[in-house]
Design a binder for this molecule. Structure first.
Ligand code: ADP
Length: 405
C-alpha cells in the first residue's frame, strides 16, 4: 500500500511517500519512495525540496499556508517531472504525525470528527505543535477528500506507562482538574527503535527489555519491558529529563521561581530561558550544536567540554536508573543526530559500567557513524547498538495496520 506521511511544524511541512505491506514490514524492506519539505511557509520566499533515488528538485516559491504547501508539493509529485505518484487515487492513505494525543488517543487512529476534536482539545498541552499538526490534517482532507487520514501520536506509546511513573508528587487535584502528569514524547521514534532492535536481535518486541535513547536537539529515553514503557524521561512537556540543545532538562523547581523573582520574569520570559537559552547552548555559551561543541572541545575549549560532560553524565544517570527499573536490559540503543553519530557521547554514557555488565568496545563504537550496528564488547551482557530512527516508516506502518483492521 502507498501512504503519504506528513509532519507539519509552524512554518514547515515535511513529507515522505512510503510503500509498505505485511511482508515488507516483516522483512524491514518497506520503501521511502520520495521525501521532501516546504520550509519558511508564510515568509516572502518559501523553499520546496523533493528528493528521491535519482531526483533533486529545489524551488523557491511564495507559499502562504500549509494548504498551499501541500498543493504545490503534490503538483510536483504528480507531474511528469518526478513521476513519483501517477494519480492521487494510487494513495491508500495519509498519515499525520501529531505531537500530543492526551490520555484518550493512545493508538494511531483513522481521523474522524471526534478524533479531530480530541486533537484540538490537546492544544492546551502542546500549543506549539498540535495547531500545526491540525493545519496539516485539514489541508490533506481538502486535498484528498476521499482518502483516509490517520493520526499517529508522539505521546501514544507512553500511555502504557504505569501510574507510579506518570504521576508527579504534587497535590493530586492538579492531575484530576488539569491533567498535569507525565506524558512523554518522541514515542514514534522509541517504538521504531524497540521494534528494530528486537528484529536485529532476532527476538520478539513483546519479550525484549531495552533502553532506547533518542538524542537529537530534543532528547529523551524510554525503558521498554516488552511493549510497555515503564519509564520515559520527558514529562508534562518535552522540557523534563535529559540536557538538550537549548532545553535545561531536569532541575530543582525552586531554581525557576528564584530566577523569576530575581529577574522579575514573566512566565513567557522564564519559558524562553528554559526552552531556548539553556541546555548545551546555556552551558557552553557558544552553540547548541553537538558537532560544533565536539570540535571546540578538540581545540581545548573548556566550556564546550563541560557542556558535553554534563550532557553525557545526565544520560548515563538515566541509563543506570532505567537499567535498575528493568532489572537489567537486553540492549541499549542510541539514535537521533547525536546518538547515531557521536562516538564521544556514546562512549561517555556507557563507560565505567562493567559492574552492570555494560561494556562498550571503543574501536567498534568509533566505527559506527550514522548506520546500524553493535558496539558491545564480548565481556558485556547488554547489547549496545546504534539504530538510525525512522518515525515516518513507523507512521506508514501504523496507517497500514489501521486500514487493514
Ligand atoms: P532534531 O531533534 O532537530 O531532529 P537531530 O536528530 O538532527 O535533531 O540532531 C541534531 C544534533 O545532532 C545536533 O546537535 C548535531 O550537532 C548532532 N550531530 C549531527 N551529526 C553529528 C556528528 N557527526 N557528530 C556529532 N553530533 C552530530
Amino acid at each position: 500500500m502507498l501512504f503519504l506521511v506528513i509532519n507539519c511544524g509552524s512554518s514547515s511541512l515535511k513529507f515522505k511517500l512510503v510503500e509498505t505491506s505485511s511482508e515488507q514490514i516483516l522483512n524491514n524492506s518497506d520503501k521511502i519512495l520520495v521525501h521532501g519539505s516546504v520550509q519558511d511557509i508564510g515568509q516572502d520566499i518559501s523553499t520546496l525540496e523533493i528528493h528521491d533515488g535519482g531526483l533533486d528538485i529545489e524551488k523557491e516559491l511564495e507559499i502562504t499556508n500549509h494548504h498551499e504547501a501541500l498543493e504545490k508539493a503534490m503538483q510536483i509529485l504528480e507531474s511528469d517531472e518526478t513521476g513519483a505518484l501517477k494519480s492521487i487515487e494510487d494513495l491508500d492513505g495519509v498519515g499525520h504525525r501529531v505531537v500530543h494525543g492526551g490520555e484518550l488517543l493512545s493508538e494511531s487512529v483513522v481521523i474522524d470528527e471526534k478524533v479531530e476534536e480530541q486533537i484540538e482539545e490537546c492544544i492546551q498541552f502542546a500549543p506549539l505543535h498540535n495547531p500545526h499538526n491540525l493545519a496539516g490534517i485539514r489541508a490533506a482532507r481538502e486535498h484528498f477528500p476521499g482518502t483516509p487520514q490517520i493520526a499517529a501520536f508522539d505521546t501514544g506509546v507512553h500511555q502504557t506507562l504505569p501510574k507510579k511513573s506518570y504521576m508527579y508528587a504534587i497535590p493530586r487535584k492538579y492531575y484530576e482538574k488539569h491533567g498535569i502528569r507525565r506524558y512523554g514524547f518522541h514515542g514514534l521514534s522509541h517504538r521504531y527503535l524497540r521494534w528494530r532492535c528486537a528484529h536485529m536481535l532476532g527476538t520478539s518486541s513483546a519479550e525484549i527489555k531495552v533502553i532506547t535513547c533518542h538524542l537529537g536537539n530534543g532528547a529523551s529515553l524510554a525503558a521498554f519491558d516488552g511493549k510497555t514503557v515503564i519509564d520515559t524521561s520527558m514529562g508534562f512537556t518535552p522540557l523534563e529529563g535529559l540536557v538538550m540543545g537549548t532545553r535545561s532538562g531536569d532541575l530543582d523547581p525552586a531554581v525557576v521561581t528564584y530566577i523569576m523573582q530575581l529577574e522579575d520574569f514573566s512566565r513567557e520570559e522564564i519559558d524562553r530561558v528554559l526552552n531556548k537559552e539553556s541546555g548545551l547552548l546555556g552551558l557552553s555559551g557558544e552553540t547548541n550544536d553537538m558537532r560544533t561543541l565536539l570540535g571546540l572541545m578538540g581545540e581545548g575549549n573548556e566550556r564546550a567540554e563541560l557542556a558535553i560532560d554534563v550532557f553525557s553524565q545526565r544520560l548515563k544517570k538515566y541509563i543506570c536508573a532505567y537499567y535498575g527499573l528493568l532489572n537489567a536490559a537486553d540492549a541499549i540503543v542510541f539514535s537521533g543526530g547525536i546518538g547515531e553519530n557521536s562516538y564521544a557521547v556514546r562512549q561517555r554514557a556507557v563507560s565505567g559500567l562493567d559492574g552492570l555488565g555494560i561494556v562498550p568496545d571503543a574501536a567498534a563504537n568509533e566505527e559506527l557513524v550514522g548506520e546500524e550496528g553493535h558496539f558491545s564488547a564480548d565481556s558485556g551482557n547488554t547489547d549496545l547498538m546504534v539504530i538510525p530512527t525512522n518515525e515516518e516508516l513507523m507512521i506508514a506502518r501504523d496507517c497500514y495496520r489501521c486500514l487493514k483492521n
